[in-house]
Design a protein around this ligand. Structure first.
Ligand SMILES: CC(C)(COP(=O)(O)OP(=O)(O)OC[C@H]1O[C@@H](n2cnc3c(N)ncnc32)[C@H](O)[C@@H]1OP(=O)(O)O)[C@@H](O)C(=O)NCCC(=O)NCCS
Length: 199
């Protein structure tokens, strides 16, 4: 049985594609810029500075290697989540094309954080990836939040702790980018991560 809140979220999640309204893309850019400044204002970098995934965020989201979902209210984006094929993110891993995706960004508008909405977004993205044939997702999560509190990494780790096999690998915390701070890499089994359904 689904709750009213879950039904509302389910009805408001869209899959981003080239026909998605320009207002939605603008709104995605706005919440991203509000959080990260101009880091994603132009080129979208992959695993290293030599890998350019796309010339800008809008193009990255509709690339054939991308999977992206957004929570939308009145054409305004509350949050979105974007994954890219690992072969596009890191060409060295081309043999994993179509099997492993890199969860590149998850951003919620500040006013909608702390309400569990990230779970709906993540699950919908994972469902889309599974349908496309992906088996695994890798993601780097911050271990300390911007305001110095518990980072998202601990929350993710806790959230999946009761789902056996959902997280297959956890790295040491390490700093890849000085301006982001310490992060922890997770390799996740998509099907096992979806074992607890919201609806
Ligand atoms: C990262 C971000 C999307 C998380 O969203 P949020 O609403 O702030 O998340 P919360 O702090 O409420 O934590 C997630 C909660 O959802 C729950 N949850 C449900 N499904 C979840 C899922 N699939 N994955 C993770 N958490 C999930 C967690 O259990 C947690 O609940 P708890 O607080 O009771 O432990 C948001 O803070 C954000 O946009 N930050 C800025 C952008 C950013 O830095 N993104 C990258 C982070 S590595």
């Amino acid at each position: 049985m689904i709750t009213e809140a879950e039904k509302f979220e389910r009805d408001n999640i869209i899959t981003i594609n080239p026909n998605t309204s320009p207002k939605v893309f603008k709104s995605i850019q706005d919440i991203t810029d509000a959080e990260f400044g101009d880091i994603f204002a132009d080129k979208i970098l992959g695993a290293t500075d030599d890998v350019i995934i796309a010339p800008d965020l809008g193009s990255a989201l509709v690339d054939e290697a991308a999977s992206a979902v957004a929570l939308v209210e009145h054409d305004s984006v509350i949050g979105y989540s974007y994954a890219v094929d690992i072969a596009k993110f890191d060409p060295v891993r081309s043999v994993e094309q179509g099997k492993t995706a890199y969860l590149y960004l998850t951003v919620l508008d500040k006013n909608f954080r702390g309400k569990g909405k990230v779970g709906f977004l993540t699950d919908e993205l994972f469902r889309n990836l599974l349908k496309k044939g992906y088996t695994h997702v890798e993601r780097d999560c911050k271990t300390i939040s911007k305001d110095g509190n518990e980072g998202y990494a601990d929350k993710v780790q806790r959230h999946y702790s009761d789902l056996p096999g959902a997280i297959e690998y956890i790295s040491e915390d390490r700093v890849r980018f000085e301006d982001v701070g310490p992060e922890r890499l997770f390799r996740m089994n998509i099907a096992k991560s979806l074992a607890r359904h919201y609806y």
